[in-house]
Design a binder for this molecule. Structure first.
Ligand code: 13P
Ligand code: ZN
Length: 285
């Protein structure tokens, strides 16, 4: 059943578990994500970035997620969230296409500009009953110069987070406590004290981006600190890539995409199921 991310994450926060949010850009990965959630009886958030919208088309992605949900996951709460929207125009297009939820990522802007942009997006989105995730602090992308990150500057300031939420009216908040996008090169240790301070000051479900390589043993600690959602992208891409290489190596003569992609989808679904178990949302519907 198609619903808002806000509702799913409110339930998670109250229930003391977290829901993984998975990125998709095509049919097979979407199927793997939704089928994994069905198998594990878990609520689900499907993420689509502006780059993936460009790749697949907004209307196509929305139709795909809605129809797979309708056909295969009638009883599973599924939200479709625009991930890392950078401006109001992208948000408007996503809402028009039928996304249930949006993220506005103003993390590269000054506090003032980020708050103003996010507030604007909230005002617009709420008119359409679309919930909004904001981000304060930065979750770096480690393609280059990881050693140059000044974590103290990048991580979320708890007082500022409180102010940001008050100004903007966001429904959920992405925070930076030393997490980074992509595999490896996170901060040595996540800043748990900071997370607990944010949690005290912000009574909203918190979102941790860059969670593909999040250590499972730390999940209870993060959840206790208010994290209700872990964003996962790279882990699915790697599962797809590795299984594709393996399949082609072992079956050099198979050219039917269905056969090839059935194999890769199984590998992706396995990772989806593993994350759902690790973050505690299995059986929560
Ligand atoms: P990873 O690619 O590190 O899992 O990050 C995913 C993410 O944050 C999507 O918004
Ligand atoms: Zn992210």
């Amino acid at each position: 059943m198609f619903t808002q991310a806000k509702k799913i994450l409110k339930g998670a926060k109250q229930g003391g578990y977290a829901v993984p949010a998975f990125s998709t850009s095509n049919l097979e990965i979407t199927q793997a994500i939704i089928r994994g959630a069905v198998k594990k009886k878990s609520p689900l958030i499907v993420l689509v970035s502006p780059r993936s919208i460009k790749y697949a088309g907004a209307a196509t992605i929305v139709a795909m997620v809605k129809s797979i949900t309708e056909e295969e996951a009638k009883n599973i709460p599924v939200a479709l969230l625009l991930d890392h929207g950078k401006n109001l125009k992208t948000v408007k297009e996503a809402i028009k296409a039928g996304f249930s939820s949006v993220m506005i990522d103003g993390s590269s802007l000054s506090f003032k500009k980020n708050a103003a942009l996010t507030k604007n997006v909230v005002r617009y989105a709420h008119r359409y009953k679309v919930d909004v995730q904001g981000e304060l602090g930065g979750v770096p992308y480690f393609k280059k110069n990881p050693e140059k990150v000044d974590w103290e500057k990048v991580m979320t300031d708890p007082d500022k987070a409180q102010e940001f939420v008050k100004i903007t009216g966001v429904d959920t908040l992405a925070v930076a406590i030393g997490n980074a996008h992509g595999f490896s090169k996170e901060r040595e240790n996540l800043d748990w004290n900071r997370l607990n301070e944010i949690h005290k000051k912000v009574n909203l479900p918190l979102v941790l981006h860059g969670a593909s390589d999040f250590k499972y043993k730390n999940a209870p600690r993060a959840i206790k600190g208010g994290v209700a959602c872990f964003n996962i992208d790279t882990a699915l891409k790697i599962a797809f890539f590795n299984s594709l290489k393996k399949f082609l190596k072992n079956n050099p003569k198979v050219y039917d995409p269905r056969e090839i992609l059935e194999f890769t989808s199984c590998a992706v679904q396995k990772v989806v199921e593993e994350k759902i178990e690790a973050f505690g949302s299995a059986g929560k519907i």
